[in-house]
Write a protein that binds this ligand. Structure first.
Ligand SMILES: Nc1ncnc2c1ncn2[C@@H]1O[C@H](COP(=O)(O)OP(=O)(O)O)[C@@H](O)[C@H]1O
Ligand SMILES: [Mg+2]
Length: 359
């Protein structure tokens, strides 16, 4: 499988530049997820890799060889599209083997490959059914199987689960994660869903407006987001952001705002250097401890409690801003009360007010 590099690749449609110069270097055999809001250029990037779209400038390299001049079929790439269409008159086995039969691969080899991929996708019992006799999830798997039987070095997936309902999507996500470990190929997977990105990616590339915001392991993106956008995009429920003012008393820093006054630690202090700068703080919903002694106290006014069974998501207000809190409670909480939580300095992230860059 090739080592893929995008070097200053741009794409414009008319005057509209969708991708400003984009650099990307993918390790071979990695499962890479491109994630970002709708319209940020994920599909365009994938289509450029597949050869379905020509870059306006820049070059793509597979193992140091430029490939821009290569036809899609000569790129050793196979792609699963968001809007897949199965051949309705062919059964699952025929659908899956279509490309191989076209390429005149010997029958025994085709049968073996279809069997192997069907087992991987858990559709071995449906090989003789027509698409109309399958559930949405099964059809989705056949669409994937049709591509996986091909012996490509790189597989591209464009939001393959987005047509499924939430429950099926979660199930397929787990199955994909299991399958991922059995396939030693380049996999590049596009989604707007951060949960899919977090559960599937060896490496996640977060995009916004065609620009890569950050790339790294799921853990790195969650624990050390490079900016406010990534901090707010990765993690569910999303991070809370509050406007704050820094102040210095007796050599230590605090951050104050409408309804809160929290101490910062020495490490944060050393990164900030001066107290005379505006900051925005970020606190994850999971960082509020019901034990108010477990950190500095913060009072939150409970507006709505979303009871989920084992825990609740509390919608609270701090000053005029909404703050989400993940709260371990086996019983529903009563709205209208004020609760005191503990927040550790370590769990407070600081962002530059103007640029959004993590401080
Ligand atoms: N063929 C096209 N012609 C004009 N604009 C396009 C075309 N394809 C995509 N775009 C625009 O490029 C931007 C990025 O699209 P796309 O890559 O499909 O985003 P994503 O997959 O991240 O949702 C969007 O603003 C979209 O409208
Ligand atoms: Mg898309």
């Amino acid at each position: 499988m090739p080592h893929i590099v995008l070097d200053q690749v741009t794409k414009s449609f008319g005057v509209h530049q969708v991708l400003p110069p984009l650099d990307l270097d993918l390790d071979d055999g990695e499962f890479t997820v491109l994630v970002g809001p709708s319209g940020c250029g994920k599909s365009t990037t994938l289509r450029i890799l597949a050869g379905l779209e020509i870059p306006s400038s820049g070059e793509i390299y597979f193992d140091d060889q430029p490939i821009s001049a290569l036809e899609p079929k000569d790129r050793d790439v196979a792609m699963v599209f968001q809007d897949y269409a199965l051949y309705p008159h062919m059964n699952v086995a025929k659908n899956m083997s279509f490309a191989l039969r076209l390429a005149r691969v010997p029958k025994a080899e085709i049968d073996e490959k279809v069997k192997q991929v069907a087992a991987l996708l858990n559709i071995q019992d449906y090989l003789h059914r027509k698409p109309a006799e399958l559930s949405g999830g099964q059809r989705q798997r056949v669409a994937m199987g049709r591509v996986l039987v091909r012996d490509a070095g790189t597989f591209l997936f464009d939001e393959p689960l987005s047509n499924l309902d939430a429950q099926l999507r979660a199930k397929m996500r787990t199955e994909l994660a299991e399958m991922r470990d059995k396939i030693d190929k380049n996999m590049i997977y596009v989604t707007h869903d951060q949960t899919e990105a977090m559960t599937l990616g060896d490496r996640i590339v977060v995009m916004k407006g065609g620009v890569i915001q950050q790339q790294g392991t799921p853990e790195a993106l969650f624990k050390r987001p490079a900016n406010k956008f990534v901090a707010g995009f990765i993690g569910s429920p999303p991070m809370n952001f509050l406007h704050g003012e820094l102040s210095e008393t007796n050599g230590s820093f605090r951050v104050r705002g409408d309804g809160f006054d929290l101490p910062l630690n020495d490490e944060q202090r050393s990164r900030l250097e001066t107290a005379s700068r505006p900051v925005e703080i970020g606190i994850r919903p999971s960082a509020f401890s019901a034990d108010s002694q477990a950190g500095a106290p913060i009072d939150l006014h409970l507006v709505v409690s979303e009871y989920l069974g084992a825990h609740s998501v509390l919608v609270t207000r701090c000053g005029v801003e909404d703050v989400l809190v993940e709260y371990d409670s086996a019983t529903p909480m009563k709205a209208g009360t004020t609760m005191t939580f503990g927040v550790r300095s370590d769990d407070i992230m600081l962002f530059d007010v103007t640029t959004g860059v993590t401080l």
